[in-house]
Write a protein that binds this ligand. Structure first.
Ligand SMILES: [Ca+2]
Ligand SMILES: [Ca+2]
Ligand SMILES: [Ca+2]
Length: 177
């Protein structure tokens, strides 16, 4: 989390001492123990079936941000240090962060029902642009009810593929050449 090369522990839940919920980072000491928790954000997640927490420096400003879902399915951008989270997208079914094109910059993938067509999925692809802004492009796909997004080289061609998992199976999106 703090890029010191040591594994840090992330905890989402209720601060027993203070009673205030949130997301906490326990810095790894490198010897298997962790330092005292530091509050990342006052945003708290579901205690049961919590949404994934994904960390990356998406806008490449040198600070890591947290991407997570809230109780209403909004996708949140949560900066370090308790600043107000920003809603990136609404009604998101699944999301993942990966460096799809392996250029060293992470991309954000999010699946949501396509507007006016609930049988389709709109796949949002967020990335930092050359001018430093962060923005989305999207693709509508003939898939419904995406539950998970995975990124892996499924077909062994060396390029990362996007795997959309729904209730019936998986749809694999291969990178166009
Ligand atoms: Ca950042
Ligand atoms: Ca990339
Ligand atoms: Ca592949």
């Amino acid at each position: 989390m703090d890029r010191d090369g040591r594994v840090d522990l992330i905890v989402s839940g209720i601060d027993i001492g203070g009673g205030d919920g949130g997301i906490f980072v326990l810095p790894g000491q490198g010897d298997g123990s962790f330092g005292s928790p530091r509050r990342w954000s006052h945003v708290s997640t579901h205690i049961f079936d919590p949404p994934p927490l994904r960390f990356a420096d998406l806008d490449r400003d040198g600070a890591v941000e947290l991407i997570t879902g809230d109780i209403r399915g909004s996708l949140l951008w949560v900066p370090d240090g308790g600043l107000a989270p920003r809603v990136l997208l609404e009604d998101v079914d699944a999301y993942e962060i990966a460096d799809l094109d392996r250029d060293g910059r992470p991309e954000l993938l999010a699946a949501a029902p396509a507007p006016y067509s609930p049988a389709s999925t709109r796949l949002h692809l967020g990335r930092s642009r050359s001018d430093g802004s962060f923005g989305f492009e999207h693709h509508d796909l003939n898939v419904a009810g995406v539950r998970q997004i995975h990124v892996a080289n499924v077909d062994g061609d060396g390029e990362l593929d996007i795997v959309l998992v729904d209730g019936r199976g998986a749809t694999i999106l291969r990178r166009a050449r």
